[in-house]
Design a protein around this ligand. Structure first.
Ligand SMILES: Cc1cc2nc3c(=O)[nH]c(=O)nc-3n(C[C@H](O)[C@H](O)[C@H](O)COP(=O)(O)O)c2cc1C
Length: 262
């Protein structure tokens, strides 16, 4: 048996990447219902908002789901308390080390999946490794498994699936993207974003990490809420040019899961 599905309690070892504001209760439930692991993104939201999204997931599915803690935000200690109180069983973490919270999370019996760079570490670990970044087709899944990973996490492809809350303008920017380069890496560790006018402007400024995050988050809201793509920032992976049409979470999971067949 695949160790990742055994640990997650899902049908497939496929995780939907956390995506701030995008990975809401509806999208998460759709991914979990389709046999993957949906992940509610807690980045940028309050404990109350997180509880609202968790309740939406629980109304829509009985299946396993997770919550992502984006460690760059100041309210992480409060969110840790909330996920424990809410009885969440799996946490993924991004943008930093979760070591300060590990004791509390472990005591609560929560499984923690930190996001790190996989090709370098897979040969040196005995615990299962889940590949993330650039995985949007069954061939990518197969390649990750060939390199020794036992699960995959995909973000961009789920960000534009039918159940995602992004606007049509955001979707089209992903489907029609033909910029060169396709995405720009910003910051350290890098966040990949579509090569829009706003993203280019940000690359030309000499910003501290904190200022950069501020600019990225403001630009993200311009794209997400105001639906203004060129003046906004759209997070997207290097697989963006492999994604050209709207699919449901179920169709995406079915496609990716075929890469698992031997
Ligand atoms: C729109 C968007 C928002 C994201 N927000 C977060 C986040 O809040 N926390 C996090 O840990 N990762 C975040 N990510 C990264 C994804 O969880 C995932 O690791 C990554 O997208 C995988 O690469 P891929 O997009 O090429 O599949 C985001 C990605 C996208 C596309």
């Amino acid at each position: 048996m695949n160790r990742v599905t055994a640990i997650l309690g899902t049908k497939y070892p496929i995780i939907q990447g956390a995506m701030q504001y995008v990975a809401n209760g509806k999208l998460v439930a759709a991914v979990s219902e389709a046999g993957g692991l949906g992940v509610v993104a807690a980045g940028g939201i309050s404990s109350e908002q997180l509880i609202t999204e968790i309740n939406i997931v629980r109304k829509l599915t009985q299946k396993q789901f997770a919550v992502n803690l984006n460690l760059q935000y100041k309210n992480v200690p409060e969110l840790v308390k909330t996920v424990i109180e809410q009885g969440i069983k799996i946490i993924t973490t991004g943008a930093g080390t979760p070591k300060y919270y590990m004791d509390d999370l472990k005591k609560a019996g929560i499984k923690v999946i930190p996001v790190v760079l996989w090709p370098q570490i897979v040969q040196n670990l005995s615990i299962p490794v889940i590949a993330a970044g650039g995985i949007a087709t069954r061939a990518c899944v197969k390649a990750a498994f060939d390199l020794g990973c036992e699960g995959v996490q995909s973000g961009t492809i789920f960000s534009v699936c039918s159940e995602s809350p992004v606007s049509d303008q955001w979707r089209e920017a992903i489907y029609q993207n033909n910029n060169e380069p396709a995405t720009l890496p910003l910051g350290m560790p890098a966040i990949r974003v579509l090569n829009t006018a706003r993203a280019q402007e940000i690359t030309q400024k000499n910003l501290s990490q904190a200022e950069l995050m501020n600019n990225l988050n403001q630009g993200f809201m311009t794209a997400f809420k105001d639906k203004n793509v060129e003046n906004g920032v759209i997070f997207a992976g290097e697989d963006v040019n492999l994604i050209h049409q709207k699919q449901s979470a179920q169709q995406i999971i079915n496609e990716l899961a075929q890469g698992l067949e031997k």
